[in-house]
Write a protein that binds this ligand. Structure first.
Ligand code: ZN
Length: 237
């Protein structure tokens, strides 16, 4: 016989929830707590209590969109399934169904969404507002989305179409047919690899240096990895 030890979850974040299962809040808290150190290590910061958030959990994805609107955030794109809002220091989620269909989020898949938003929240506290290519690039760099690697990304997606212009990635992120996140990931990977993590963290502190870094960045990043990983001439228009 073994003893059953029931561990109470101690909440460090504040929860404002209208979802159906109380234990889903505990699950979200566990995901946030267990991933936190990895994110803090990346940004090389210590936790002095400044990285605790207001966590909203809605019952469905529609309730999330509706709830955000009621709280004054009405520009949620329809592909969005969670978000971080610096205005009220909140992370906003919904509770996925226990038996989702293939087009819906499962609780297992959603774990990574929680992690992804936590990266945004911590980066937001440290640096304030930054361009989307940079915040999405860092979140994708850390969250494991591109675990198949850069060569796969280049072969299967990036090298099959023209490189988008940098100004689109700066001013119209996510608004085009191509996947802006692919390029965000490539650009941030390139910067971290060529600058080193320490200098990368310094360079992204100011708007001015970010502007400098972003000059022709997408082409530089794609060319760099093609040169490094594939070594072929890519014919471009
Ligand atoms: Zn994101």
């Amino acid at each position: 016989m073994c003893d059953i030890i029931i561990m109470d979850v101690i909440f460090v974040n504040k929860y404002i929830c209208t979802n159906r299962n109380k234990n889903y809040q505990e699950e979200v808290e566990k995901i946030l707590v267990s991933n936190k150190q990895e994110i803090l290590d990346f940004f090389n910061v210590e936790d002095n209590g400044q990285f605790n958030f207001n966590i909203y959990i809605y019952d469905t994805i529609d309730d999330l969109a509706c709830g955000m609107k009621n709280r004054g955030f009405d520009s949620m794109p329809d592909y969005m399934c969670a978000c971080y809002k610096d205005e009220d220091n909140s992370l906003n989620f919904f509770e996925p169904k226990d038996n989702p269909n293939e087009n819906e989020w499962s609780k297992e898949e959603y774990k990574n969404v929680v992690f992804h938003e936590e990266i945004h929240a911590i980066q937001g506290i440290i640096y304030g507002r930054q361009p989307e290519w940079l915040t999405e690039g860092v979140a994708k760099y850390l969250d494991g989305t591109y675990s198949k690697g850069l060569k796969y990304l280049l072969d299967e997606y990036v090298n099959k179409i023209d490189i988008p212009p940098m100004h689109e990635l700066i001013y119209e992120f996510g608004m085009h047919e191509y996947d802006s996140y692919d390029y965000a990931y490539l650009m941030v990977s390139y910067l971290i690899e060529t600058l080193g993590n320490d200098d990368f963290l310094i360079e992204i502190k100011s708007e001015e240096t970010i502007k400098k870094l972003s000059e022709d960045l997408v082409t530089k990043a794609v060319d760099y990895y093609n040169e490094k990983l594939i070594n072929i001439d890519i014919k471009r228009r």
